[in-house]
Design a protein around this ligand. Sequence first.
Ligand SMILES: Nc1ncnc2c1ncn2[C@@H]1O[C@H](COP(=O)(O)OP(=O)(O)OP(=O)(O)O)[C@@H](O)[C@H]1O
Ligand SMILES: [Mg+2]
Length: 444
Amino acid sequence: MGNILLIEDERNVRYALKRVLQEAGFSVIDVEDPKDVSDLKDFNLLILDLKLKTTSGIDFLKDLRERGINLPVIVITAYANPENIISASRYGVIDILKKPFSKEELLELVNRLMKEETPALKVEVDPQRVIVGESERMMEVFKKVGLAAATDMNVLLTGETGVGKDLLARIIHENSARKDHPFVAINCSAIPENLLEAELFGYRKGAFTGALRDTKGKIEAAEGGTLFLDEIGDMPYSLQSKILRFLETRSFYRLGDDRERKANVRIIAATNRDLSRMIGEGKFREDLYYRLSQIVIEVPPLRERREDIPKLIEFFINKANEEFGTEVRGVTEGALKEAMDYEWKGNVRELKNVVYKAVLETKSGYIESLNLSGPGKEDLEGLITRCVEITPEEDLKSLVLRVERKVLEHLMTKYRGNKSRVAQILGMSRNTLKTKLKKYGVWQ
Ligand SMILES: Nc1ncnc2c1ncn2[C@@H]1O[C@H](COP(=O)(O)OP(=O)(O)OP(=O)(O)O)[C@@H](O)[C@H]1O
Ligand SMILES: [Mg+2]
């Protein structure tokens, strides 16, 4: 704290001011010309003379604000006329010292501005960092992740959508003895049942129509490493027995092949479904659950660890700046409060999407609002922000497919499988809807 940038072209005035400020314990960098300043990020306060030789202080201010730099400014001027005051205030300067002023007047103002809370959260995040969380709840999660990484046991990650199950699965792998071997993920809900089996176990040429050559499955692709069974709660019941057998024997057959193969893979599974309830309803095999849950890690929803929100916002602003080349420096108190009060049904993914969007829309250096929809507002846009992650490298076609799938899933659940109703909402025929549901392997 306490770094002041002083821009004043009159040398005597500059030296006198610098001495006063230094004696009061501040560190001061003084320049004659704004062009001599390359980087403003280390300063807490700017003292600016309005009438400079080479440029006007107002132009400099304007430029500063356009670059999104919001540090407090004291303008000093002998020309405190309405025009100057209006212009300076337009660029957010409320403290103007009219020359000549006394040492006491200056120090009083400087002390007041320095004591004021910084206007916003500054972005300071280690670029190497991959995961954020300092709450008690996440500390517990991280301890279990460490334990899981140190063993070779099967791990089950549970928690709402967007809490970070995927990310944690990768972190477990990367910290485990298998880290130099592959991490292979398979999303059990995204692939229709018959294809899922082939994807997992592989197949022999001719095993089914379209099986043109012998093909390895994900289990073989993960040899020596980790197989991540994502959304295991969506795995069809019939396939659950096959996976169980594989877990028990560590051996399997490619489809249509009678040669038994051995596999050395570690299993991590994840779900946002309530598996105990599914077991009660006869939709998930209890014996498979016990196999998978040697270590269970419950990842808490964001609303139960709100302390993590500010750091997550910083983290995503920083990432967005890197990806988009923007220079957003933080969020205002108001935007932070909005985030602290919000429900975050889509958890960290929703927060990430909201921050990325705000970064792209922000004109000044600080995000002033995250434009969070009010409680209870439920629309397709909200659904998409919560459940679908937008990655810059993904092609449009695959994004559209993912969005369509989520929308179908959501509406079919909401209207309890009433295909006529859902088809009507989407403005498509019942047959088209059925074809789509079949394509995604959901709600058939
Ligand atoms: N604690 C965290 N720190 C930093 N980034 C996080 C954190 N938790 C989640 N993320 C990021 O948020 C996004 C969503 O996380 P992830 O995909 O792991 O969620 P998930 O629990 O697997 O959700 P789903 O159940 O919908 O598959 C990812 O981009 C992930 O990197
Ligand atoms: Mg996931």
